[in-house]
Design a protein around this ligand. Structure first.
Ligand code: PLP
Length: 419
């Protein structure tokens, strides 16, 4: 099919994320990707400021990752995980247990981030049942979060920015505290309010779920590491299962390997996804402590009630291990620091707010972005961006050169100018 035919069929038949079928937003045809660049039909190579929704940390067509997939193909692409196991899954689980905060020992391999959050929430609910508190069925969280698009995930997404009004009749009702403050000076007042809210609802709460250090799709909101021990203390005080959703923050993005590491806090359950496979295949994981595993195993069913068809897919596991090996042997921390330094140029943009954390740069306008105009302006600078709401941001691949980062900053500036 010609590019015109592909785009015409796409417009008629394919849903894209958060789009309408009757009034589809424009889509662009990608014909290839290599390193930090994606190739757009009719445009050429552009720097990918989004790392394919924060996942392609090592860039595209990385030889080691390509090889891992090819080598795994020679053994098997997939087998079911019920009653069977294989080296790629075991190798990956060993790496995850080793790299994640001490105490997280048991690994559930899920097929997407949302599913891993569903599993985490199910773990918390089953843990409470197993430890004699079946009436604890709600979750405590903070405003401004994003945890995925399936129903239980939506229930803990930001109640205003998310789709709560639309789904209020079908979503479980959760308990929302204020979002942690941007600056250290606000932490004590915020913590006092959060502790009071937790105390008020404790008898009904199964777990506490948050994105540590950086709220992503809910508003690109970084907050002080000093808030993380507050979550840990609140969970301990009231017997809640503490879930850190590190799907966006995991694997170096915020400057430490996991955001939890910034405060030395170990959650009871942790979700990882997005960059887990270096952006190659859909895979996520839910890790939990021995205590959670034992508690939920004592629940009425005696087992963790979840098992996706493509659980532990060998191709995905093999490339995830290869991606983690690149992190372990490479200098991701140096790259993230270098990118952070380059992204400081964003502070020169005239905007409502500019924030830079790790390899994340965010420009907030005082109005909602005209996405079509902003996209055009960034492409004219040779950069692919995908703004949302009032935010133009980047979470680039770690392999971006200093020139790439300068170009991304120019693209964001151009987008902010016209949007
Ligand atoms: C992207 C994301 C999810 C959902 O992951 P999917 O793979 O899109 O289902 C959940 N939580 C956070 C923090 C995310 O950034």
């Amino acid at each position: 099919m010609s590019p015109e035919h592909l785009l015409a069929f796409d417009r008629e038949h394919l849903w894209h994320p958060y789009t309408s079928m009757t009034a589809p937003a424009p889509t662009r045809l990608v014909t290839g990707a290599s390193g930090s660049r994606i190739t757009l039909d009719g445009v050429g190579d552009v720097v990918d400021g989004m790392a394919s929704w924060w996942s392609a940390i090592h860039g595209y067509r990385h030889p080691a990752l390509d090889d891992a997939v090819r080598r795994q193909l020679e053994t098997m692409a997939h087998v079911m995980f019920g009653g069977l196991t294989h080296e790629p899954a075991v190798e990956l689980a060993a790496r995850l247990v080793d790299l994640t905060p001490a105490g997280l020992e048991h690994v559930f391999l899920a097929d997407s981030g949302s599913v891993s959050v569903e599993v985490a929430m199910k773990m918390a609910l089953q843990y409470q049942r197993g430890t004699g508190r079946p009436e604890r069925t709600r979750f405590l969280t903070v405003r401004g979060g994003y945890h995925g698009d399936t129903f239980d995930c939506m229930s803990v997404c930001d109640p205003d920015g998310g789709m709560h009004t639309m789904w209020s009749a079908v979503l479980p009702e959760q308990v929302f505290g204020e979002r942690p403050p941007r600056l250290d000076t606000g932490v004590d007042a915020w913590a006092a309010g959060f502790r009071a809210l937790a105390a008020e609802h404790a008898g009904r709460l199964a777990g506490l779920i948050v994105e540590p250090l950086l709220q992503g799709a809910g508003g690109m909101h970084p907050y002080p590491a000093r808030c993380l021990p507050v979550f840990r203390e609140v969970a301990d005080e009231h017997g809640l299962v503490l879930i850190f959703d590190e799907i966006a923050t995991g694997f170096g993005r915020t400057g430490t390997l996991f955001a939890a590491d910034a405060a030395g806090v170990t959650p009871d359950v942790m979700c990882v996804g997005k960059a887990l496979t270096g952006g190659y295949l859909s895979l996520a994981a839910t890790l939990c402590t021995g205590e959670v595993a034992r508690g939920l195993s004592a629940s009425d069913s005696g087992v963790l009630m979840h098992g996706p068809t493509f659980m532990g897919n060998p191709l995905a596991c093999a490339v995830a291990s290869a991606s983690l090996d690149l992190l372990s042997t490479g200098d991701w921390a140096g790259d993230v620091r270098r990118i952070n330094a380059g992204l400081q140029a964003l502070h020169r943009i005239d905007a409502l707010d500019v924030r830079v954390l790790g390899a994340v740069g965010v420009v907030q306008l005082d109005h909602d972005v005209d996405v079509a105009k902003a996209t055009e302006a960034a492409l004219a600078e040779g950069v692919w961006l995908r703004p949302f709401r009032d935010l133009i941001y980047t979470m680039p691949p770690y392999v971006c050169s200093d020139d790439d980062i300068a170009r991304i900053c120019a693209g964001i500036a151009a987008a902010a100018e016209v949007a």
